[in-house]
Design a protein around this ligand. Structure first.
Ligand SMILES: *[C@@H]1O[C@H](CO)[C@@H](O)[C@H](O)[C@H]1NC(C)=O
Ligand SMILES: *[C@@H]1O[C@H](CO)[C@@H](O)[C@H](O)[C@H]1NC(C)=O
Length: 135
């Protein structure tokens, strides 16, 4: 009997935390008013990301027009050197929403022209919901 009660408590707690994830999910408009474009400062997207917390389940909304920019998901080595040896995912249809569905580092840049060299690149570090203190 005690074991059974323990199990149902566990299921209840799991469902509760799943609901918490969906309720607290945030959509981040990348670059705010600039959107996803070549920035004036090469550190613009780094500074944009610095003041934010990215939690599993959150969404990045890259606002851009198709043809003028892309969003590619790459590994750190390609991000650092603006190369495309291994593209993990390509978004190109404009205004792309990317759901951050795992903990860890995500690396993006625009593969158009020299955009990456000019600083149109974004690294976010995604944390688990439980590491955020509740409000
Ligand atoms: C980030 O926060 C710091 C300190 O509050 C502030 O000075 C800075 O302007 C903010 N940067 C951005 C990009 O919002
Ligand atoms: C992207 O979103 C912006 C802001 O909502 C809108 O003005 C623009 O027309 C959209 N562009 C595309 C290609 O959907």
């Amino acid at each position: 009997m005690a074991v059974k009660m323990h199990l149902s408590f566990f299921i209840f707690a799991t469902i509760g935390s799943m609901q918490l994830v969906s309720v607290s999910s945030t959509t981040h408009i990348v670059g705010d008013n600039l959107g996803w474009n070549v920035p004036n400062s090469p550190t613009f997207y780094k500074e944009w990301a610095q003041n934010r917390t990215f939690v599993v389940g959150d969404v990045l909304l890259f606002q851009y027009n198709p043809g003028l920019n892309t969003v590619i998901l790459v590994e750190k080595s390609d991000y650092d050197s603006c190369t495309t040896k291994k593209i993990l995912h390509t978004y190109f249809r404009g205004n792309s929403s990317v759901t951050l569905d795992r903990v860890g580092d995500y690396y993006f840049f625009s593969s158009v022209g020299m955009h990456c060299e000019f600083g149109q690149k974004l690294h976010v570090d995604v944390v688990a919901p439980s590491t955020i203190s509740s409000h």
